[in-house]
Structures are given as C-alpha cells and as structure tokens.
Ligand binder design. Structure first.
Ligand code: ZN
Length: 132
C-alpha cells in the first residue's frame, strides 16, 4: 500500500500519521508491525512529538547547523548534497508495532515525513505484517 504527500517548502516536516492509521485500519490486522518507508534519497521518516510544532522546526534547524549546505562534492551535480546527508541521518523508514488494531505510538508521538529537497510530491510505502 502507498500514498503520496506534497511538501510546499524547500524543507518541511509533515505529519503523515492519519494516512498511515487509515491503512492500518483498512488492513484489518490486529497484531503485527507497520513499516513506513519513503523511496526517495532526499526525504526521510521519523517519529517525534506531535503537540508542539516547534519541535519539527527545531529538528530542521539542528540539521541545518549540523549539515550546512553548499560545501559538499555532490553540490556540483545538483546542489542538494545537504538534503541527501540529512535524509541519511534521519533514515528512510520506521517500524511501529500494531496491537489491538492500533499503532502503539506514545501519547506524544506521531509519524512524520521529512522533505529536505522540496517542494515536491513524495511517495510513502506502508507495509503491514500480521503477527503469526
Ligand atoms: Zn542530488
């Protein structure tokens, strides 16, 4: 299963929890694992706080401080090396346990797609595995 989501900024962290939860509900799986994967080299998946939107902005600021743009070899190709490096730091997927038909996210956790080279449309692949 998969869905698409569009960013509208050069760097943006988007909450995709509702879309993932809909697919989990549609699967009918009560106990298992849900893997959320982004098939892009300049985007990533993370799980973090859903209450204060500044957390997502702080993550972007921290990654900007850690990985300044414009000083990498790959910038000579398409000027987005920092986006590739940030995507590798965060990683392309997360796996969340499913119990009683629900994702076992904590109260303050949601699932986010990080787009480091937007704006553009991104694919998100969701694989739901039933516990045997
Ligand atoms: Zn590139």
């Amino acid at each position: 299963m998969e869905f698409t989501i569009s960013s509208d900024k050069s760097q943006q962290i988007l909450d995709i929890s509702d879309s993932v939860k809909r697919l989990v509900a549609a699967s009918g799986v009560e106990d298992g694992v849900c893997n959320v994967f982004v098939p892009h080299a300049t985007a990533a998946i993370t799980i973090n706080e859903n209450a204060d939107p500044n957390v997502c902005l702080d993550i972007l600021d921290a990654l900007d401080a850690l990985v300044p743009s414009g000083r990498w070899r790959h910038d000579r190709i398409d000027n987005n090396a920092s986006a590739h490096i940030k995507a590798s730091i965060i990683g392309p997927s997360e796996s969340i346990p499913i119990k009683g038909g629900s994702l076992q996210l904590g109260t303050w956790q949601d699932i986010f797609l990080c787009d480091f080279d937007g704006p553009r449309e991104r694919r998100v692949i969701v694989t739901i595995i039933k516990k045997v």
